[in-house]
Design a protein around this ligand. Structure first.
Ligand code: G6P
Length: 614
């Protein structure tokens, strides 16, 4: 949530910052701003409400000549989206400017103390408090900016990734992190900082992921220096970025979301590669191999996640309980810490997060570790906080996901959970060698099945026109198709703003059935599985009440075809592997409905892709 970017070097900083902000817009886009430090030491701040493109229009006639600066794209926490609440924030005397991602929890106390000292505030943000505090300390102590930042941060409670610049000093940026991501790129005679590496991937592959409690001094012409809040040097750990610029472009598609939906055959291949032997017989997950005793002895698995990742977690429960016979509970990470959790060393906690930065999921991990559980992470973003905070884990390897509504990351997460379940089953002997081989062979075929399903694109686009103007949707599924129904409904809500509810099909009788009429379409996920007969009766119950039905069925289905208004067929496959296949048509359906309604598919209102506040 909120993206920050900074640059110091010989290029025009404004162009680099704006390009960087566009890449970080998935993190928030209700206002944006830049602070430029010109070679003569003049500090200029420009801000505008709305997307980064508004900021560009605002800056069109400004003097933008500078070689150092910082910038921000905001997802509002304290204070409404407005020009005045947009970052960067100034100190009262205009000497320093700050951009910040995170939340300062004790900002009120700090603000009151500063007001008592005569400070005047111009915004409602917690960030302005930080800017004023740093400057107050600097003036009071007659100290350097670095020293003032360090002293200020020792008073701060909360989460932050910040970058600070000062007037009259076009050669230095101070950056720091605590519980919000910050990565520094080291180029030739230039340095970058950003919430993730996407703003500078085309300039350098040498990156330093700042750790909690670290402060970086980024100085023109000097090596990077990293210290902790006690001013002790902590060392500079340079790693090589595995990301290419083509992954960040739309590649001819009108939206990132559509590109990402169509990438899934490849991303799933990348996710499976090396983890299933060519003959399907062996499942090879390093995170399991390195901790066999934990997976052999655990008595329970607790999955924590948010949003789409939570839906993947629900599927993980079905997969692990079916294949490994280990009890699994799935918790919203945001509720986990308030549910008086009881964990011990016999529990494995699996934290699932595309971004690897979701604040609630990180908080759940901390609690799980403090209670002695073994914590395993499933993430997409290499080097993000969750892989670093967990004892072991698995990347989903689907590449950067830019569309705010998650698609390829969801199928990647489900794939990893499937492989994890198979791997644990192999280790514990809860599935025979033949059963593992049969499923392993099918897993290897999933990318080709997804290719088949993507051929429904034209048909789904046609159907979307029929369904675009509904105001409410019901999504139903049973067993493995129930979490798919939840995810289908969420996708529609997120990008088309149509109200949609996902429900276990049988539970429909206990409430939602009252809503059914000709105005409310029901999407039913009904592949041929052991619950097929039961879901057929649910389809009939909807039809008997005049409901309109779009059903996802298995190739050759004739029963539901005769009842439903429209059907989309997916290939035949083992029941536990259907979710990846049945969720793809639902992604396309919500995409086309949102496009038909003229919505901003990649940047839906109010949402952010990376939720780094509680
Ligand atoms: C936000 C995003 C969702 C995502 C959720 C959890 O709400 O818009 O797409 O599923 O956060 O994010 P995570 O990065 O932890 O998977």
């Amino acid at each position: 949530m909120c993206g920050i970017v900074g640059y110091i070097g010989n290029e025009n900083v404004y162009d680099i910052l704006i390009k960087g902000l566009h890449r970080l817009e998935y993190r928030g886009y209700d206002s944006a701003g830049v602070a430029l430090v010109a070679p003569d030491g003049k500090l200029s701040v420009y801000k505008a409400r709305g997307k980064v493109s508004n900021l560009e229009s605002f800056c069109a006639d400004k003097n933008l000549d500078a070689r150092a600066g910082i910038a921000h794209t905001r997802w509002a926490t304290h204070g409404e989206p407005s020009d005045k609440n947009a970052h960067p924030h100034f100190s009262e005397d205009g000497e320093i400017a700050v951009v910040h991602n995170g939340t300062i929890e004790n900002y009120k106390v700090l603000k009151d103390a500063l007001i008592a000292q005569g400070c005047k505030f111009h915004s409602e943000t917690d960030t302005e408090v930080l800017a004023q505090l740093i400057e107050y300390i600097r003036v009071e102590n007659q100290c350097s900016l670095l020293s003032a930042v360090r002293k200020a941060l020792r008073q701060v409670v909360g989460a932050y990734a910040i970058a600070v610049v000062e007037k009259n000093n076009p050669d230095t940026i101070i950056a720091a992190r605590q519980s919000s991501p910050l990565v520094i790129g080291i180029g030739e005679n230039e340095m970058f900082l950003a919430s993730d590496a996407t703003p500078f991937v085309e300039y350098t592959k040498d990156v330093v992921y700042l750790k909690d409690g670290e402060i970086a001094v980024i100085q023109r012409g000097k090596p990077l220096k990293v210290t902790n809040l006690d001013n002790v040097e902590t060392g500079v750990d340079v790693t090589t970025l595995q990301m290419s610029i083509s992954e960040l472009e739309k590649g001819g598609y009108p939206h990132f979301m559509l590109k990402e939906i169509f990438e899934q055959p490849r991303t799933l291949r990348d996710c499976i590669r090396g983890r299933v032997s060519d003959d399907g017989k062996r499942i090879n997950i390093n995170g399991i191999n390195d901790h066999k005793d934990k997976f052999l002895n655990c008595k329970r698995i607790v999955i924590v996640a948010c949003g789409t990742s939570w839906h993947a977690g629900l599927l993980g429960r079905y997969l692990i309980q079916e294949m490994c016979h280990i009890p699994v509970v799935v918790e919203y990470a945001s509720e986990f810490r308030y549910s008086y959790p009881v964990l011990d060393e016999n529990d494995i906690v699996i934290a699932i997060s595309q971004s690897g930065e979701t604040a609630d999921t990180l908080a759940a991990i901390k609690i799980a570790k403090s209670m002695g559980a073994f914590v395993f992470g499933i993430s997409n973003v290499v080097g993000s906080s969750i892989p670093r905070e967990t004892y072991a884990g698995c990347y989903i390897h689907v590449g950067p996901e830019i569309g705010v509504a998650s698609t390829k990351a969801f199928t990647g997460q489900v794939m990893v959970l499937t492989l994890l379940a198979l791997g644990i089953a192999q280790l514990r002997g809860t599935k025979s060698e033949d059963e593992i081989r049969a499923l392993g062979e099918e897993v290897l075929r999933i990318p080709s099945y997804v290719e088949e399903v993507l051929k429904l694109d034209k048909e789904i686009r046609r159907l979307s026109l029929i369904y675009t103007y509904a105001h409410n949707f019901l999504y139903l599924g049973r067993g493995y198709s129930y979490p798919v129904a939840l995810e289908g409904a969420l996708k529609l809500k997120e990008i088309s703003y149509i109200h949609a509810e996902g429900y276990p099909a049988a539970e429909m009788k206990h409430g939602p059935i009252a809503l059914i009429d000709q105005e409310m379409p029901t999407v039913i996920i009904a592949p041929q599985d052991h619950l097929y007969e039961k879901i057929v009766s649910n389809v009939q119950q909807v039809k008997a009440r005049g409901g309109n039905i779009l059903a996802i069925v298995t190739e050759g289905d004739s029963v539901i075809r005769n009842i439903a208004d429209h059907v989309l067929e997916v290939p035949v496959m083992p029941e536990c592997l259907t979710p990846i296949i049945t969720s793809v048509p639902l992604q396309l359906l919500s995409y086309y409905i949102a496009v038909n309604k003229g919505k901003d598919v990649d940047m839906p209102r109010n949402l952010a892709k990376s939720v780094t506040v509680e």
